[in-house]
Design a protein around this ligand. Structure first.
Ligand SMILES: C[S@@+](CC[C@H](N)C(=O)[O-])C[C@H]1O[C@@H](n2cnc3c(N)ncnc32)[C@H](O)[C@@H]1O
Length: 422
């Protein structure tokens, strides 16, 4: 049957409507007329497959990556970058309206300077005969030779490892993942195995190509999807990546949290700094390796950072010590427990939780703080949290940032102001 694509769904699929019945058509673009085949029919909607284009959108482009239609990594390479940005603003606006019943104008999505080779970290999956990324919603590996959205040095390490394994069939069944982090010509590599593997000789291979590189082995016997878990062995080379940014020198190790697109990270941090006032005491909840706390400390009177993960906390401590920052206190602990000990002193709160959002336990105790700057990597979790906050807070601004070009993911900053005592 034929369909006119009038909208995008939550997973960037095209949406068509006929008499209130909705068709979701992956890889179709708004404005296109398409031939579709229904794959699954439900009461009010159907999942359909795009069979052919009858009329094509001007925003359609040929995906650069040969694995695009198989690999679950990217979702938007067939759409022009300007349309990807437009889509992300619509996605954030619609999600907040649908879940939180808040109809607030969302700003244009802030673009990333690089839309390929922007990721500084990647985790490749291995099976007995496969290496690459998973298919969408599947554990089936799509074999790839390189990924266009990661830093080229990451691709080089990956291809060296695939070559290394092809000469060592005996260890292949024990390999689960290869994790590579590359920033400013410094690289950390972790081989994740089901059990201890003698792989120190891979360091020699790496060292013949890269100057500052370190190799770890992680023994992860878990059956779930967690990549880095279990005993970690440092094998050789550099242990940390040293970064110079915002006139600060700091380091991260294999485990500490770091944003994957530094260009967008910097734009987000600059915006957060804009929202902070000079005389404020700020709590940076979910503070990671502490860079944002240190940046905010330039303007704020004092900053508390709360971080649950020890290796990130240690890096945050080193950061303030090595840069002579006196008005930051990094607290190692759970936000839920630590916040209540310090909140009475604070004027502003930065929230940057993981994908699942804050949730009601955290939100219940923050109500009353004058100003909230919420950074989110998941519009659905963000919308649920905003629904909880909407009676007590006014939304002042919602800005999406394109942390992950060519994928369906988007980072969003929301600025909220307390309505005051009722
Ligand atoms: C999305 S990251 C943000 C890190 C930091 N804001 C940045 O930009 O690098 C979320 C951080 O929250 C930490 N975290 C998760 N749950 C936490 C909790 N209950 N209390 C404190 N920190 C938590 C994680 O370890 C992680 O470092």
């Amino acid at each position: 049957m034929q369909a006119n694509i009038i909208d995008y769904g939550m997973n960037a699929e095209g949406v068509a409507k006929e008499d209130n019945f909705i068709f979701f058509v992956p890889n179709a673009i708004v404005g296109e007329k398409v031939e579709i085949e229904i794959k699954r029919k439900y009461k009010n909607y159907a999942q359909a497959e795009l069979k052919s284009l009858i009329s094509q959108s001007r925003e359609r482009q040929l995906p650069l990556c040969p694995y695009f239609y198989d690999c679950g990594g990217c979702d938007l390479q067939h759409i022009s970058y300007s349309e990807q940005l437009r889509y992300k603003s619509i996605l954030v606006q619609k999600t907040i309206k649908k879940i939180a019943q808040i109809d607030f104008p969302v700003s244009a999505t802030i673009p990333s300077d690089k839309i390929y080779n922007y990721r500084n970290k990647a985790s490749f999956n291995f099976s007995i005969d496969g290496a690459g990324f998973y298919k969408q919603k599947s554990n089936e590996i799509v074999n790839i030779s390189k990924c266009l959205i990661v830093d080229e040095k990451i691709n080089k390490v990956y291809s060296l490892f695939v070559q290394y394994l092809s000469d060592r069939p005996a260890i292949r069944p024990n390999i689960k993942h290869l994790v590579v982090r590359a920033i400013d010509n410094q690289i950390l590599v972790a081989i994740v195995g089901k059990k201890y593997i003698d792989c120190l000789d891979f360091y020699k291979v790496l060292k013949s190509h890269f100057d500052r590189i370190g190799l770890y082995l992680v023994v992860n016997a878990r059956k779930d999807a967690v990549v880095i878990a279990g005993k970690t062995y440092f094998l050789a080379g550099v242990k940390q990546i040293v970064i110079q940014n915002f006139d600060l020198k700091y380091s991260i190790d294999l485990l500490s949290f770091h944003q994957t697109n530094i260009n967008i990270q910097d734009k987000i941090y600059a915006k957060v700094l804009d929202y902070i006032h000079a005389d404020e005491i700020v709590i940076n909840g979910f503070s990671g390796a502490g860079l944002l706390s240190a940046i905010c400390a330039r303007k704020a009177k004092f900053v508390f950072g709360i971080e649950i993960e020890k290796s990130s906390h240690i890096q945050a401590q080193k950061l303030i010590k090595n840069n002579g920052i006196k008005n930051v206190k990094n607290i190692l602990g759970d936000f839920n427990i630590e916040y209540k000990k310090i909140h009475k002193k604070a004027d502003a709160l930065i929230l940057d939780p993981s994908k699942k959002g804050c949730g009601k336990d955290i939100l219940r105790q923050i109500i009353g703080i004058k100003s909230i700057i919420y950074i989110s990597c998941n519009p659905i979790a963000l919308a649920k949290d905003l629904q909880f906050l909407k009676n007590d807070y006014i939304i002042e601004e919602i800005i999406p940032y394109d942390m992950f070009p060519n994928t369906n993911q988007v980072e969003t900053i929301v600025k909220l102001k307390y309505k005051g005592e009722k």
